[in-house]
Design a protein around this ligand. Structure first.
Ligand code: ADE
Length: 259
């Protein structure tokens, strides 16, 4: 996979040289380049922003440097790269979106700062890119860089070969619509807290059931919105009993919250 990131703070993306993503770059699994937007300006001051038409607080990123930068990274035109524009006004980034993006050949991330990028850039870019404004969540960051770090990590680790043991991708939070079960390691008793006994039993069926119940309980407690999105057809008898004990009812294939 090829990834280009355009930012006025390229140093921010240095973290992508570390850990699994850094290793994947060294091994050639990810070809990742970071570009300084200011290298695409033409004035002495390397200006990237200006005041907003219509007034209001803050500054807006000028279209010209963005067009030059996107022209430089767009590729030869055979492919249609995905242009991800991190923004609190975007669609919310999810694990499902990470899986979708992991299938792409070429991702370009455009890191906005200030009040954002002149809207015409995104309209114009639509001719060559599949443009996707994406938000990390309902809060406001100072710019897109932190969001790009998160998205590149979430997408990059799904690219085949990046994570050594692909099984660890299967049993993790959100992959089956539930949060992950709690994990424990040695010692078996620590500060008077024993590890749940079933995990020491060697009974794989019981362990799987315990973990699944913990997923259901934890998700009901922390993310009840995810429980309501479950397809009842994917729930076995024991799942249903656990959900019933938590006060949920299954009606018309849907999991309904306690009244
Ligand atoms: N830029 C500023 N806030 C953001 C957010 N919540 N998600 C993605 N990019 C952003």
């Amino acid at each position: 996979m090829r990834i280009d990131v355009v930012s006025i703070f390229p140093e921010y993306l240095a973290a992508l040289e570390l850990s699994l993503i850094g290793k994947a770059r060294q091994e050639g699994l990810l070809e990742l380049a970071v570009h300084d937007l200011r290298d695409f300006t033409t004035d002495r001051h390397r200006t990237v922003d200006d005041t907003p038409y219509g007034g209001g607080a803050g500054m807006v990123m000028k279209p010209e440097p963005w067009a030059a930068a996107l022209d430089a990274v767009a590729g030869d035109g055979d492919e249609r790269p995905v242009l991800i524009v991190p923004s609190p006004a975007g669609a919310v980034f999810t694990q499902a979106m990470a899986y979708e993006l992991a299938e792409e050949k070429h991702l370009v991330f455009a890191c906005g700062r200030y009040e954002g990028i002149d809207e015409r850039v995104l309209e114009w870019a639509g001719e060559r890119f599949d443009v996707r404004p994406v938000s990390l969540g309902d809060y406001v960051l100072n710019g897109g860089e932190v969001a790009v770090l998160a998205m590149v990590e979430a997408v990059g680790r799904l690219v085949p070969g990046v994570v050594g043991n692909p099984e660890s991708l299967v049993e993790e939070s959100h992959s089956d619509g539930l949060l992950e079960y709690p994990v424990y390691t040695k010692p078996s008793a620590w500060r008077e807290r024993p590890v749940p006994e079933v995990l020491l039993s060697g009974n794989h069926g019981k362990i799987a059931r315990f973990r699944r119940d913990e997923q259901l309980r934890r998700t009901a407690d922390r993310r009840p919105d995810l429980i309501e999105k479950l397809d009842a057809a994917t729930l076995d008898k024991a799942d249903r009993a656990t959900l019933a004990a938590l006060g949920y009812e299954i009606r018309d294939g849907r999991v309904c919250p306690p009244a």
